[in-house]
Ligand binder design. Structure first.
Ligand code: HEM
Length: 353
């Protein structure tokens, strides 16, 4: 799917999201599933060519709950690092028994992916309309497990990350009304009332870029964890340190964003830090150190898609609603610590703009 077509699908999904929210009781609303469906529908459309209706997404919710549970158990397990460091231990009887429980949970998730793949019909005469159809028609490697692995990589990596970031965005906007108002003022200058944002708007909106950078820096959703381990293939030297081949390595971009001295008062949510003295240019030195997608050869393969989803999703929500805490509530910005640092769940009070 071309970049422009993808952007159009994202804009459509964002419009559907705000239309759906607009029909709900805005005095006390949980935005989590609206955001989750917005993000899932984009990747679903790309992979399988269909979208979930907002009011009938039980299957997706069930999958997400199972996924969260698997990740939670995986990240808390004392066994997983042992098996990663010494892979042969997974054949030892007791370790094999307990490790298999993790494998079974992930197998369950694969069954859901298989169900989605099976919904795709291949039209031998037409142009492919989604990834799975294109794969089945054009890829020489016809092994089902290969296709399932590609779909699950994209679906799993692309879903929870972007959803969690947008959930952080909602908590941070509710906790910082002054930032939200300033962002909305910029939106009103550049985007007509009934138009959904597009990526061409982003270059004219430095404050929006600053806000998104700061959301990703403060949200800092990907801590070091076994899911991100890489293994060196040759002996190498990094910063003067010898790293032999076959060693597990993990770039700690989490700490860089949390404690790099370049980020003055790093715990403070303060998008203005990214704006240079001229008031319109982004500070390149800080943007370069904001690396939620990792760096190097194995940096996030979906970064372009995620950046588009974040910009269009956030701008459309703020353009249409004022996000407020529930009366008498304070937004708790302490993360829930698992393999992905999630924001604390909060309901909001929304006011239509
Ligand atoms: C805000 C959203 C996202 C964040 C913060 C994020 C972050 C990351 C990070 C930190 C990595 C690991 C980099 C490393 O190991 O050095 C990664 C890898 C990856 N991401 Fe994302 N990601 C996001 C969205 C997406 C989306 C939308 C997709 C695809 C649909 C995606 C697909 C992938 C894939 C396939 C990899 C593995 C790349 C490889 O190992 O070569 N991600 N992502």
């Amino acid at each position: 799917m071309g970049k422009n077509l993808m952007e159009e699908k994202i804009r459509l999904s964002a419009r559907n999201m705000v239309q759906f929210i607009g029909k709900k009781d805005l005095s006390d609303i949980d935005l989590r599933w609206c955001i989750q469906v917005y993000v899932s529908n984009i990747i679903n459309e790309f992979l399988y060519g269909f979208q979930y209706p907002y009011d009938d997404c039980g299957k997706l919710m069930n999958f997400v709950h199972k996924f969260e549970d698997s990740i939670d158990r995986f990240s808390k397990s004392k066994l997983v690092p042992v098996v990663y460091l010494l892979p042969w231990t997974r054949h030892l009887p007791i370790i094999k028994y307990f490790f298999q429980k993790h494998v079974n949970l992930f197998q369950d998730l694969m069954d859901f992916i298989r169900e989605q793949v099976d919904t795709v019909k291949v039209d031998p005469n037409g142009e492919p309309t989604c990834y799975v159809e294109a794969y089945l028609k054009n890829n020489k490697d016809k092994r089902m497990e290969q296709l399932l692995a590609c779909c699950s990589d994209l679906f799993l990596a692309g879903q929870e990350t972007t959803t969690t970031t947008l959930r952080w965005a909602m908590n941070l906007m509710a906790a910082h009304p002054e930032v939200q108002d300033k962002l909305r003022a910029e939106i009103e200058v550049h985007i007509e009332r009934d138009r959904v944002a597009c990526m061409a708007d982003k270059v004219k909106m430095p404050y929006a870029s600053a806000v998104i950078n700061e959301i990703q820096r403060v949200g800092n959703i990907v801590p070091p964890n076994p899911l991100l381990f890489h293994r060196t293939t040759v002996d190498t030297v990094i910063g003067g340190h010898k790293v032999p081949a076959g060693i597990l390595v993990n770039g700690d971009f989490f700490q860089m964003m949390k404690s790099d001295p370049l980020f003055e008062d790093p715990d403070r949510f303060w998008p203005e830090r990214y704006i240079a003295d001229d008031g319109v240019t982004l500070r390149k030195d800080l943007v370069e150190r904001t690396i939620p997608f990792g760096i190097g050869k194995r940096q996030c393969a979906g970064e372009g898609l995620a950046r588009t989803e974040l910009f269009i999703g956030l701008i459309t929500l703020i353009q249409n609603f004022r996000i407020l805490p529930l009366p008498g509530c304070t937004i708790d910005l302490e993360p829930v610590y698992t393999s992905i640092h999630a924001p604390k769940p909060h309901n909001f009070r929304l006011k239509k703009i």
